[in-house]
Design a protein around this ligand. Structure first.
Ligand code: SAM
Ligand code: SF4
Length: 334
């Protein structure tokens, strides 16, 4: 097996970007991410330890992974998050994370020590009462403070905004307004279907609707289409002369599977070759049995389907009988 070959699927895509969920726990309860009653948590003994995370991550880096993102659940609620970040930072790969931002004030020094330059922070509304409604927790002020702190400390901050019809699509322009003076990137994410999140199409705010809303205020010539990075899942734009930018992630209405380079490892050590796939390969089990994880990685990646885990048909993709067979997002790691 030559380096990299293992990470290439039958469609020729090179999976050099690993997203590792380090916990299924979270200090928020976002309605679009998890059911109100919570999820059945995996017993701790079946979750990856810090050592196991480092060992699996090291294998991926030796195969050619150049970027690792920690996610969850909320990665920073894990007690040994600091140790994991610092140990991963020793690997030859870019390190970043997606967080709900509530604990970042405790991690500024760790982030710097770990060489983290950029973070994705989730915030779906700029209104305190609506924040409590969507996250089922009253933590808006802390998050607002922590986003300012990250910017003041020189981090590149991207804000993830999941748009839900009737809830926050009327804030699209307010989010764009933030980019006028602040060097932020706003990432509008189409609401995606997973187990237990009561998804239905009527709640979707599509890429076309997002652009239409923006064009109601900003002239077409003022909306600049930026050049997307290779493998970018977002389509990038900015308002001319604004400091920051915005992007749209349209996995539902306009997926970007042909350039996908992502592979996911769940907190219980299962490899998922697509967010929408319910077929998983346990690397943790093999590791604990003393078996090589290489053939498992190779087989899992090679078998990746061309589009959304084989759900290229939109009706199948939107069918609850299908998406309820997948995990809840909180147990995948977005
Ligand atoms: N707790 C961290 C956070 O909220 O940023 C990391 C984990 S969270 C699962 C990762 C990302 O997935 C967040 O930006 C969240 O908004 C997004 N997400 C969760 N459920 C989603 C859904 N149904 N559709 C689209 N994005 C979703
Ligand atoms: Fe927690 Fe993030 Fe899911 Fe919200 S989106 S419940 S913060 S894991």
């Amino acid at each position: 097996m030559t380096k990299n070959k293992v990470l290439i699927d039958s469609h020729g895509r090179n999976h050099n970007y690993l997203r590792i969920s380090i916990t299924e726990n979270c200090n928020l309860r976002c309605t679009y991410c998890m059911p109100a009653e919570g999820i059945q948590l995996t017993p701790k003994k079946h979750l990856m330890s810090a050592d196991e995370i480092i060992e699996i991550a090291s294998t991926f880096v030796s195969l050619g992974v150049t970027k690792i993102r920690l996610t969850g659940g909320e990665p920073l609620v894990r007690k040994d998050a600091k140790e994991i970040l610092l140990r991963l930072s020793k690997l030859e790969t870019e390190l970043t994370l997606t967080t709900n931002g509530l604990f970042v004030h405790d991690y500024i020094t760790v982030f710097k020590e770990a060489g983290i330059k950029a973070l994705n922070v989730s915030i779906d509304t700029l209104q305190k009462d609506k924040f409590a409604q969507i996250t089922r927790r009253d933590e808006f002020d802390k998050l607002d403070e922590n986003i300012r702190l990250l910017l003041a400390e020189g981090f590149i901050v991207k804000l993830n905004v999941v748009l839900i019809k009737g809830f926050n699509e009327n804030e699209i322009l307010d989010f764009i307004d933030l980019t006028k003076d602040k060097n932020l990137q706003i990432r509008f994410i189409e609401f995606m279907p997973f187990d237990g999140n009561n998804w239905d199409k009527s709640k979707l705010v599509s890429q076309a609707e997002i652009l239409h809303t923006i064009q109601e205020l900003h002239a077409k010539e003022a909306i600049e289409r930026l050049i997307d990075k290779p493998n970018d899942t977002a389509r990038n734009y900015k308002i001319k002369n604004y400091c920051g930018s915005f992007a749209i992630i349209s996995s539902v209405t306009n997926p970007f599977c042909n350039t996908c380079n992502r592979i996911r490892l769940t907190a219980d050590g299962k490899l998922k070759n697509c967010l929408f796939s319910n077929s998983e390969t346990s690397l943790l089990e093999a590791l604990r049995n003393g078996d090589s994880i290489l053939p498992l990685i190779e087989k899992n990646i090679y078998s990746k389907k061309g589009i959304r885990a084989g759900l290229d048909d939109q009706n199948a993709f939107e069918n609850p009988l299908v998406f309820n067979k997948n995990r809840s997002m909180i147990a995948i790691g977005g």
